[in-house]
Structure formats: structure tokens, C-alpha cells
Design a protein around this ligand. Sequence first.
Ligand code: ZN
Length: 411
Amino acid sequence: MNMAEFACRSCGKTGPALVLSLGLSPLANSLLTKEELADPKAEEKFPLDLAFCEGCSLLQITETVPPEKMFREYLYFSSFSDTMVKHAETIATRLVSERALGKDSLVLEIASNDGYLLQHYAKQGVPVLGVEPARNVAKVAVEERGIRTITEFFGRELAETLVKDGQRADVIHANNVLAHVPDLNGVVAGIAIALKDDGVAVIEAPYAKELVDHREFDTIYHEHLCYFSLTALSHLMERHGLVVSDVERLPIHGGSLRIFVSKTKKRSAAVTKLLAEEAGGGVATLGPFADFAKRVEALKTELVEMLGDLKEKGARVAAYGAAAKGATLLNFLGIGKNTIDFVVDRSTHKQGRFMPGVHVPILAPSELLTRQPDVCLLLTWNFKDEILEQQSEYRAKGGKFIVPIPEVKLL
Ligand code: ZN
């Protein structure tokens, strides 16, 4: 991509600054079937370049892969993570109480996945509506959890239809979805339309500061178009008449921002303070990104050498977590079947398939005990505590985990 021609997805300014190039990479969520493995044409590769917009501070990749190539079949079910379900229950319980939600309220979630969040409102008698374009995932929400779900992309048009239908929301949730949509302004305009005047939108997104501070380069993949700072989010919301009234930092997904967005409230002291931090040489400026590429290369060298040493000593190596970040990490490191025998994952939808690019097979986590590899590279390091606890038996028998990010550690 020619940087001079690339226009920022939020403010439209052209010519962002290139921050990191991860080279050509396959689509990180396109886990291959056995048949696809035999067909080299089944797997396309696209450039993965990260750039910073000096107009609105939005960090973003410059390639937009057509959605029809990416969403053939969506395999991420939020409910396979205990951490995600617990996280969802906590915020739902809090908002029901803080905003006195009841049978006349409406909670809308954009990208409602398998109903992992809305189920907690429904249980408390609050009407809910999910919007989820991936049919196979939405089906689980409807059939197993009884969550009313529209299988469409959320934007201006859908929001207008809802309002005509008398369905304006008291609360709109958008967790980890803004980063995935090419038309950022369409989604935020939709939020402004569908939200009641005294309503609140609660938006969560991985924080760009954590990405750069902790070298979380593996969170960069084609489906993940944008990486937000509070400054970038604030510019985006204000363009649509919305105010970021409060902000919290969350440990989830390697460190996220949760913002509360309103039509009428003012910025809290926490918002003003974080915006000032970001503007003063923080992630609203190019400064923190200056040596990012070098720091990522150093991490790559360290990991590749460590795995090389282990293999030389005859160690058997596996990996945990067939997530998109795992595919990014393995492809960037150039580590495949010669080093890693298999990847395990709890999702039954992923088992039996193969990691994109590197073609390592995906098996059930029970295989860690059956085969007892000497070390296991933890690709889903963002769920480290949960996974180490689940795998206490493997560890008790001498199995070790390599945590790659933010620092390489053997546990
Ligand atoms: Zn911009």
C-alpha cells in the first residue's frame, strides 16, 4: 500500500506514518480444513502494515480485505472463555443496578456473538436485542440462549429501521467490534441514532498503549483494522455528536479501554486526565511508536532462539490456543510444523482444522495430557491465568508453558 494514497478510516486524512510491517500474512481466522490444506489456492496472503494517522491519532492497518473473503464462517464463540463470560456478567449486573433497568428498558449489543453478554440482562428480566452478522454464531444465541438476534451488519440504516420500529436503546454495548469494521463512521452514526437521549453506549476496545508498551504485535491481523487510543475514540465520537463521559482501563485482551458514551453528559476527570497523558508524548503522538518495530524484532529473535535451543535438545513442543493472534505470531516468527507438533484449543469448532500459513494441526486440550509435550507455547497469553489453572495437571507432570508476550517467560 502506498501510504500517500491511504485515507484514515476515521478522519479521512491521507498519508499516515508507517509504524510496523509484518510482511505478507494469511487471514488469521481462516483455519484450514483437511481438503483446503491440499489446495494451495485456498490460502491467500495479504500485506500487514500498521500506520498512524497524525490527523486523529488512529492506529490502523492499511489493507482492507473484502469481508466476503474473511467471514466465510466465523469460528470465534465468546462463551468458550470463562474469563469473557465472567467479564460480561459483571458489567451487566452493574448497569442493571446503576441505570435501574427493567422490563421497559432495552439493551442492544452490536456484534452480540453467541449471546454471552445479553444472556445476563435477559436473566434479570431486561429486554435485549443482539445484532450479529455471523449466522452460525447468532444461531447459538437464538436457539440455545433465547436471545432475540438480528443477523445483519450494524450501521446507520439498521439503526434507522430500529428507531422507526420504536426500538431505541437505554444501553448499547459494542465490545471489540469497532476495531473490526471498515466503516467506523457508519457504526458510530448508527449508535447515535439508536441510543435514547439519556442512554449510554459502553464500548470496549484493546488499548493502543498496551499494544506498543507490551509489544502485542500478534493482536495485529487483517480482521483487526484499528487500534484505539482514547484520543482517537474521542475524535470519532465527537464527529457524531457523542461525548466520552467516562473511561476505565481493563486487563482483558492484553489491556483494553472501556468508554462510556453519552449525548448529554460532560467528560469526567478521568477522561480529561488520560487525554492529557496521551497528548503529552503518549499514544496520541508518534513518539511511542518510533522504536516499536525494533522492539518487536528483538522479541522475535529471542523466541526463535529459545525454541531452536529447545528443539536442539530434543524437546517436544506444542502450542495452546488456535486464536487469530496465534496465527499472526507463528507466521511472523516463521515457526511451523518443524517446531510445533500440534496446537490445542477448547473450541470444538476449531479442532480437526489447521493453523493458517504454518499448517499445524489443531487438537483438543486433553492431548496435552495424552502426549505430554515438554513445552507448550501459550499463544493465547491474554487468558494466561485461566489456562494455566486449567492445565495444572499437565504442569504437575513436568509440562512447561512458554509465555511469549510481553516478555518471554518459561512457567
Ligand atoms: Zn485520522
